[in-house]
Each structure stands twice: as structure tokens, then as C-alpha cells.
Design a protein around this ligand. Structure first.
Ligand code: CU
Ligand code: ZN
Length: 174
């Protein structure tokens, strides 16, 4: 069978569409594993939302009180103390701050506050983190700390040791 030139072009266009780039990421997940004998574990879900990315965290085993909760530079949880995840994710070279500060590390997602030693949840929309561009958190790490982030002490917020670590991976959109 002979195809007219325009028909050949149409077939090529359909074929090209079938092999185009995957859909943009709109959801990501990190599974938090305990570091050392902390007994702290959980899941963090990131979902594209109006005004940024919504964070839903569910963490168990935390002692009562506030615990620093950040996106760190590396999605590397191999070190027993979590230091392989590096410092706070800071693509713009800003000082450390709190989630509501204009000048902050992109990874400064604040504290997660446990009312008791059961399951703790955190839900908020972060204005700086993203799934694309320089602030993309895909492949970065999530760290939960022993102590509260004071949003002031440079460059760590004085949040102390690392209790749990997870790697942020692309998830199936829903
Ligand atoms: Cu941290
Ligand atoms: Zn920071």
C-alpha cells in the first residue's frame, strides 16, 4: 500500500507522541526508616497543591515534643547516624530558617510535634519545595531529628541527632 506524504507524517506524529516524555511528577513518597536504635519510622507523602507542595507525614515512635523535620541534600540513608544525607537541602545558598521565612533553606520544612509517643501527623503546604527545577526534592532525603528546630541556629536549627531517614521518590499520580 502507498501512503500519501501527509499520511506518513501523521503516522510519524502518532509514533512520536507514544514515545514522548513521561507525565510530570505530581506525587512523591519517602519511607522513613529508623537510624540506629531510635525506633522512629513513618511515611511522608508530597503532593502538588495550590501554592506549593503539600506534605503529609505520619511518624511513629517519637518522644513527646517538637522534632526538626527537614529535606536534606542527599537521598542517602546508608550511614547509621544519617549523616550521609548531608546538610539541609539549600540550592539557593540561603541561611537556615523556619518554613514561613522568606529566606530559608528550601529543605527547612520545620518541626513535627508529637503529643505523645504514639503516631504523630503533620500536614501543611510548603511554598518552596517542588518536583521540578532547582528546588526539586525528588531523590533528596528526609530527616527527623531528636530535638526541636529553633529556626535560628546556623546552619542546623540545633535540632540534634538524626532519628529517621528516608529517600524521596516519584510516586504514581492519583
Ligand atoms: Cu535536618
Ligand atoms: Zn535549614
Amino acid at each position: 500500500m502507498k501512503l500519501a506524504p501527509f499520511a506518513v507524517l501523521a503516522v510519524l506524529a502518532v509514533a512520536a507522541a507514544a514515545f514522548s516524555a513521561p507525565a510530570p511528577v505530581t506525587k512523591a513518597v519517602a519511607v522513613l526508616q529508623p537510624l540506629g536504635s531510635s525506633g522512629v519510622s513513618g511515611t511522608v507523602t508530597f503532593t502538588k497543591a495550590e501554592g506549593g507542595v503539600k506534605i503529609d507525614a505520619r511518624v511513629s515512635g517519637l518522644k513527646q515534643g517538637a522534632h526538626g523535620f527537614h529535606v536534606h541534600e542527599f537521598g542517602d540513608c546508608t550511614a547509621a547516624d544519617g549523616t550521609s544525607a548531608g546538610g539541609h537541602f539549600n540550592p539557593a545558598g540561603e541561611p537556615h530558617g523556619g518554613p514561613d521565612d522568606a529566606k530559608r533553606h528550601a529543605g527547612d520544612t520545620g518541626n513535627i510535634t508529637a503529643a505523645n509517643d504514639g503516631v504523630t501527623t503533620l500536614e501543611y503546604v510548603d511554598s518552596q519545595i517542588s518536583f521540578e527545577g532547582p528546588n526539586s526534592v525528588l531523590g533528596r532525603g528526609v530527616i527527623v531529628h531528636a530535638n526541636a528546630d529553633d529556626f535560628k541556629t546556623q546552619p542546623t536549627g540545633n535540632a540534634g541527632g538524626r532519628l529517621a531517614c528516608g529517600v524521596i521518590g516519584a510516586a504514581k499520580a492519583q
